[in-house]
Design a protein around this ligand. Structure first.
Ligand code: AMP
Ligand code: TRP
Length: 351
């Protein structure tokens, strides 16, 4: 079934002879098992996945094959896979509402990646900002997996007839490329893939570094004080927020010339579910100190239930293993079905 997302948020299944039946939109998103999962990942992506879980037909994936573009240690990758799986469950992803699995458990992702490379232009991949940032002109010394990264991401998304891809702002270009690849395939071989839409929220899609509000909070930042890890203990959280850079002046307001305060207010507002304007009013004339003290407690309180669930999951490794194995079975069943269609369209094998 091929359907474009409709503005109402519902895809309509074509079922000749019967009245159109609304079906739930399909959501797919992924996250790399690379190091410390931080507040930016949580607010920009995972929290939204959790909040919308009951509305959609969801698939969430630990993309370990993507992480191979940068991780070269076997033990690190294994450990990161386990930690991230536990973190997703602790953050509230629910296997009763969402398929949660490890990318490498469903081999169809790598197969589709290769097939899609035949409709992806080399120039398109070299123009990706993430590639340019990460490769940084060191062409001879970065793996070609870094260049191929968006083709595998397109495969992840197109494999499941995805309508919506909830991500942070930095992934917008990769979703646009996914649409281009899907459209090119459809034009060449006939309608096969649904063209997905990015789902990027107005707030939180770009949480900035606590040390430099012109840079995004990033797993690859060398300084541990630039980001808050979801596993940071309360005192570490308090210390990092106390040290966070602020703007000149004393007023707690969000404004284009106050990037640091805008970032801190955004974090406060998202975690407390209060509008930024209400916070500006509350802290008028109170200065940065009082604001930061309260913000630290808001973050500590938001992390506490996640950290408690994480401790339970860490103490019982078989729990996540069973959930991810079941998730892979469910994802694989859909992937096998789609790949049969793709192979046939392309004329692979004897048919
Ligand atoms: P990554 O850490 O690159 O695997 O990203 C996982 C998800 O978190 C993606 O949807 C990103 O767009 C999102 N993300 C990463 N960093 C940030 C940030 N600083 N602010 C908001 N979202 C982010
Ligand atoms: N590239 C994404 C990131 O760095 C991770 C990712 C891989 C992804 N496959 C995906 C995100 C499919 C959304 C959909 O955040």
């Amino acid at each position: 079934m091929v359907s474009e997302s409709t503005p109402s948020g519902l895809a309509v299944e074509e079922n000749p002879g019967a009245a159109p039946r609304p079906v739930r939109q399909k959501v797919f998103s992924g996250i790399q098992p690379t190091g410390n999962f931080h507040l930016g990942n949580y607010l920009g992506a995972i929290r939204n996945w959790v909040a919308q879980q009951s509305e959609y037909d969801n698939i969430f994936c630990v993309v370990d094959l993507h992480a191979l573009s940068q991780t070269t240690s076997r033990d690190t990758l294994r450990e990161n896979n386990r930690n991230l799986a536990n973190m997703l469950l602790a953050s509230g992803l629910d296997p009763a509402q969402s398929i949660i699995f490890i990318q490498s458990d469903v081999r169809e992702h790598t197969e589709l990646c290769w097939l899609l490379s035949s409709v992806t232009m080399d120039g398109e991949l070299r123009r990706m900002t993430q590639f340019k940032d990460k490769a940084g002109g060191r062409g001879e010394r970065v793996s070609s997996a870094l260049l191929f990264y968006p083709v595998l991401q397109a495969a992840d998304i197109l494999l499941y007839d995805t309508n919506l891809v909830p991500v942070g702002e930095d992934q917008k270009q990769h979703i646009e490329l996914t649409r281009d690849i899907g459209a090119r395939f459809n034009a060449r071989y006939g309608e096969t893939f649904v063209l997905p839409q990015p789902d990027i929220k107005a707030n939180g899609a770009r949480i900035m570094s606590l040390e430099d509000p012109t840079k995004k909070m990033s797993k690859s930042d060398a300084s541990p004080n630039a980001s808050i890890a979801l596993t940071d203990d309360p005192d570490t959280i308090r210390r990092k927020i106390r040290r966070a850079v602020t703007d000149s002046g004393t007023e707690v307001v969000a404004a284009p010339d106050k990037p640091a305060l805008t970032n801190l207010l955004t974090i406060y507002s998202l975690l407390s579910n209060e509008p930024i304007a209400a916070l500006e009013e509350r802290y008028a004339g109170k200065g940065y100190g009082a604001f930061k003290t309260d913000l630290a407690e808001v973050v500590v309180a938001a992390m506490a239930p996640i950290q408690a669930r994480l401790a339970d999951l860490d103490a019982n490794p078989d729990a996540a293993r069973a959930i991810l194995s079941d998730g892979a079975d469910r994802a694989r069943a859909r992937a096998i079905f789609k790949m049969a269609e793709v192979r046939d369209r392309m004329g692979i094998g004897l048919g």
